[in-house]
Design a binder for this molecule. Sequence first.
Ligand code: GLA
Length: 384
Amino acid sequence: MIQEKVIETYRKIFGEQPQFLVRAPGRANLIGEHTDYHDGFVMPLAVDRAVWLAIAPRSDNHISVHTLDFGNEMISFGLDQLQDSSLPHWTKHVRGAWWLVAHQEGKQAPGVNIVIGSDIPMGSGMSSSAAIEVAMIEAALALLGETSSYTQAQKALLAVEIEHQFMGMPCGILDQMASAAALEGTAMLLDCRSFDRTPAPIPDSVRVVVMNTMKSRELGDSGYATRRRESESAAQLLGVKALRDATMDMIDAKRTELGDVRYRRAKHVVTENERTLQMKAILESHDLQGAGKLLNASHISLRDDYEVSVYELDVMSEIAQSHPACYGARMMGGGFGGCAVGLVNADAIDDFLNALQPRYTEKTGKHPEFYVCVPAAGSGVTRL
Ligand code: GLA
């Protein structure tokens, strides 16, 4: 178990007991893609894979962090070096958390010893980065004795700021909110404007299956930023605060002024919000065929209107959709690589995975990985 390894490594390296164990999970997103930064609706669940931290305060002003990933590297730096860009990239998550808690919240978290371990596949689109950010915010607040003075949503919003201010990625709130505030045993409908969360229970007879294409998301960040600009410019032209407030009638009325690209970007967001709201009602009525149709329609919209899919995601989604045990499937997350997600008959999971693997490899030359999701709770801290 990764958490035991993290604790054991902490004892070995620092020669003392850690004081807290922090857990922040990765996420899947059933539907509601590229809608979060338009104040829209998303339907994530946390997966049973997580980032784990063993931590204890230090009496000096240093942060010593040891990661079980990145070749077991260990780095130490002072609290006055939080913005020192000569430090390795992976330290940005820690530095960002300590910096934000100090500068945005006015609270100086102490020096700390940290061991990090994770079993979320990195760069796969299951939000390993968001999970580290949420874990670091939980860590800084735990050391300050402020764990319960912040709501999980407030912690998520601080974690989003690490991404914006330290990683340079203009993401929305989906990943960090899922990691910090997911509901155990269920997906949730999250309103990205009000932060309201309501359970969207997955019927027992199906599983949410995440399918990793093993195509890395190299161009993902720049493609993401471009899509965000294009669609925000559409919102501006439509005269709405965010595309959440637009309707198909409004977009159709301004089709010429919007031009083809902005028209399609806005159309995706409006229709995806509708699909996400419908999904909740459809899951509640156990209409799995209906749920599958929404997933398939979401894929077409992401592929043709938002243009964030790639060959591997199309192939994976199409093969999955064509299997009799699969109700529907689509690309998941930011796109340009990473994972697809599908709803699959729980009694035929092995059949489904065995059939998918060779067909996907034959078409792409890549060896996919699959995760059958067990919806986990959001992040938390345990005193050891
Ligand atoms: C990435 C971002 C999220 C969200 C998704 C697309 O995962 O980090 O904020 O925008 O893409 O739905």
